[in-house]
Design a protein around this ligand. Structure first.
Ligand code: FES
Length: 115
């Protein structure tokens, strides 16, 4: 569990970058909190520096959009999703529960689980 900070310091429309195993971007979309891997799956850009468009963020480098609920890109140049992470608020403090990558046996496609 990663401490993000006070909810009052992340108002709607804002984002913040925190560090777990990798950098994670946390967004406040009209009071709903979302967390995804901060680094774009296309190249090395910080999605927390991108622009919120509804429940998606537009990468600041080449404008790929990622759904904050699924991590899926809406189109090129990004082709791979970014991980999503659970977010909770306890006593006004935001926490991210980082999703770890677990290799699925035989199929070769990575699965994810929340720890
Ligand atoms: S670095 Fe994000 S779309 Fe290229």
């Amino acid at each position: 569990m990663i401490l993000v900070g006070e909810l009052v310091d992340l108002p709607p429309g804002e984002s913040v970058r925190v560090h777990g195993d990798v950098a994670i971007a946390v967004f406040n979309v009209d009071g709903e909190l979302y967390a995804i891997d901060d680094t774009c799956s296309h190249q090395d850009a910080s999605l927390s520096d991108g622009w919120l468009e509804g429940c998606a963020v537009e990468c600041p480098l080449h404008a790929a959009c990622f759904d904050l609920k699924t991590g899926m890109p809406s189109g090129p140049p990004a082709k791979k999703p970014v991980r999503t992470h659970a977010v909770t608020v306890e006593d006004g403090v935001i926490y991210v529960h980082e999703t770890t990558r677990v290799e699925a046996p035989a199929q070769g496609a990575p699965a994810e689980e929340v720890v």
